[in-house]
Write a protein that binds this ligand. Structure first.
Ligand SMILES: *Cc1c(COP(=O)(O)O)cnc(C)c1O
Length: 395
């Protein structure tokens, strides 16, 4: 068997400045991490509230592992549905203000499941052009027709909905966009989908545990309870654990239990993780200081960048710093790393061509000093690459 295509294609990626490799982290996912053996300020984690290493979440994991063991042993429909899964789903439904909820092994699986279950060959999926890759792959798995609307452009979506004669229409959007940090125009999307009888799916991976006032996601942020058919999200970001969910009507959840292949043919979430996630949800409700620290830190970073004439305009914990070319992006990231700050460079195909960027994320656990240091080092590293203040903007 000739496997030379492996090295040929990898060499081609290297030639384009697009080769990826893993970096090793020693120890937990905190505001400071030891990465590739070096201690660095961490401005690339989705652990927005610091819950991934919170003592109460770790303790809940241990306690549930003692009570339930490690694996759930089977798919949820066979004998892998444990008390703690039911408790977690009740808690998620409460958080989201929905009749019911269903958990999945990961957000990626949930998006594959949602789109392939709701959309078949007679459906059209209307998808924002900057939606997460797992939504794009869900569209592929669904084998439905896909219409991509311009980012956040409700009137473009309306045009496409109006022209469509599909028997079933599904609109899907990130709630907070993962690479740009902007918030989907949900009120407009809800009106548009209502006018055209479409189902709306919102991916709250970066909204749950992040958006004010209570970290309940985009629907709560815009007070659109009861108006969105599926609120999807992950436990792996602000909640600091692993797994994912949908919050929806009882009928929708029952439909998924019966028809959703990435739910049916997948082993249930490990019970200890479900228990840890319950603890994380408890902290989100009981400790509003977590969310307010995150927002204070976002404001502090924007202020520090503004002092240097750089406008960091995204409204959430994700701040894109546009660089442009692939190689340039990685060089700025490397220069920052050498100065003690880890901010991952993001290149195509994760983002559109020519919009390579640093994707900086704030955490509730960053100190004021860490934020000041990061802003100063970012400014220096950008200057070194000849990138002036005009370049920091939304892509
Ligand atoms: C991270 C992410 C996912 C995937 O979630 P996992 O639980 O990591 O598989 C889905 N959608 C968006 C918008 C994400 O950012």
């Amino acid at each position: 068997m000739d496997l030379s295509f492996l090295t040929e294609e990898l060499e081609a990626l290297k030639g384009k400045g697009r080769y990826r490799s893993l970096r090793r982290v020693s120890g937990p996912q905190d505001a400071e991490i030891v990465i590739e053996g070096a201690r660095r300020l961490n401005f690339s984690s989705n652990n927005y509230l610091g819950l991934a290493n919170h003592p109460a979440v770790v303790a809940a994991l241990e306690e549930h592992a003692r009570r339930y063991g490690v694996g759930s042993g089977a798919s949820r429909l066979i004998c892998g549905h444990m008390d703690v899964h039911a408790e977690l789903e009740d808690a998620v439904a409460k958080l989201k203000g929905t009749e019911a909820a269903l958990t999945f092994s990961a957000g990626y699986m949930a998006n594959l499941g949602i789109l392939s279950t709701l959309a078949g060959p007679d459906a059209t999926i209307f998808s924002d052009e900057l939606n997460h890759a797992s939504i794009v792959d869900g569209c592929r798995l669904a084998r439905a027709r896909v219409e991509v609307y311009r980012h956040g452009d409700v009137s473009h979506l309306e045009d496409l909905l109006r022209q469509s004669s599909a028997a079933r229409k599904i609109v899907v959007t990130d709630g907070v966009f993962s690479m740009d940090g902007d918030i989907a125009p949900l009120p407009g999307l809800v009106e548009a989908k209502d006018r055209h009888g479409a189902i709306l799916v919102v991916d709250d991976a970066h909204a749950t545990g992040v958006l004010p006032p209570h970290g309940r996601g985009t629907v709560d942020y815009f007070d659109l309870h009861g108006r969105v058919e599926i609120q999807m999200g992950t436990f792996s970001k602000a909640l600091g654990t692993y797994g994912a969910y949908i919050g929806a009507s009882r009928a929708m959840v029952d439909y998924f239990i019966n028809k959703c292949r990435p739910f049916i043919f997948n082993t249930g979430l490990p019970p200890a993780l479900a228990g840890a996630t319950l603890a994380a949800l408890g902290l989100l409700a009981k400790e509003p200081a977590l969310l307010s620290s995150l927002w204070r830190n976002q404001a502090a970073f924007r202020e520090d960048m503004a002092k240097r004439g750089r406008k960091a305009s995204s409204p959430t914990a994700i701040v894109p710093i546009l660089v442009g070319g692939d190689r340039e992006t990685m060089e700025v990231s490397k220069a920052l790393f050498d100065r003690g700050v880890f901010v991952h460079g993001i290149r195509p195909p994760t983002v559109p061509e020519g919009t390579g960027r640093l994707r900086l994320t704030l955490m509730a656990t960053h100190t004021r000093e860490m934020i000041g240091t990061a802003a100063a080092r970012i400014d220096e590293a950008l200057k070194e690459q000849g990138i002036g203040p005009d370049r920091i903007a939304q892509a």
